[in-house]
Design a protein around this ligand. Structure first.
Ligand code: SF4
Length: 204
């Protein structure tokens, strides 16, 4: 089974608790104004890559000693939930945690009448932390780490991160900038005034 991936960062501290392997999937059914990853929305982006669940799992486990978990973000992870659930199950068996950002609300994901429910349920079963809901630019916030807008909720689907329930980090969101082999990559949660466009000027 393959997953269509837009980007991955093997070691990041900007996409959830601790050091994590982050995977941005390609394709999202939503079009939230202000989405910070518009290039990841089309399901047909030619620069996206296909990777098998086994290959991705193997790659993640290569960092097993350096990370505490993986983060699936996008794009919309729930659009490829069946394949991601297989990866999540394997990395959790190795003791890693799984965090998922979804534009769907948990209530929508738990709709058993939806034809995609079995795959989504499979991924939810392998998820420790779910951040749900579409990004709302008019409700943007910068004081709850990793959360983009006030409507988005954190769901603790296992007891792995229960210690964060009462003390979710309030530090400002961060970004990471990498410049390697002539390519500038950015991840994290930029302040609304910091856009890819003005960060491109760093290359000049
Ligand atoms: S759900 Fe997320 S990835 Fe999809 S459009 Fe909204 S902000 Fe962008």
């Amino acid at each position: 089974m393959d997953i269509t991936i837009a980007a991955k960062v093997p070691l990041t501290e900007a996409e959830g608790p601790g050091k994590r392997f982050a995977v941005w999937v390609q394709g999202c059914p939503f079009r939230c104004p202000g989405c910070c990853n518009p290039q990841y929305l089309s399901f047909k982006n030619s620069s996206a890559v296909q990777i098998s669940t086994d290959s991705l799992t193997e790659e993640i486990l290569g960092y097993e000693d350096e990370i505490e978990g993986v983060t699936f973000i996008g794009g919309e992870p729930m659009a490829q939930a069946g394949a991601l659930a297989k990866v999540a199950e394997a990395v959790r068996k190795a003791g890693l945690s799984v965090m998922v950002f979804s534009g769907y609300t948990l209530e929508q994901l738990e709709d058993q009448g939806d034809p995609d429910y079995p795959q989504r349920f499979a991924l939810l079963q392998q998820t420790d932390l779910l951040v749900d809901g579409q990004y709302e630019r008019e409700n943007a916030i910068t004081d709850r780490r990793w959360i983009g807008s006030s409507n988005q909720k954190v769901h603790f689907l296992s007891d792995r991160y229960l210690d964060l329930k009462e003390r979710w980090p309030s530090a400002a969101n961060t970004i990471e900038i990498r410049y390697k082999n002539g390519e500038l990559t950015i991840n994290g949660f930029p302040h609304p005034e910091i856009t890819r466009k003005n960060l491109q000027s760093l290359k000049k």
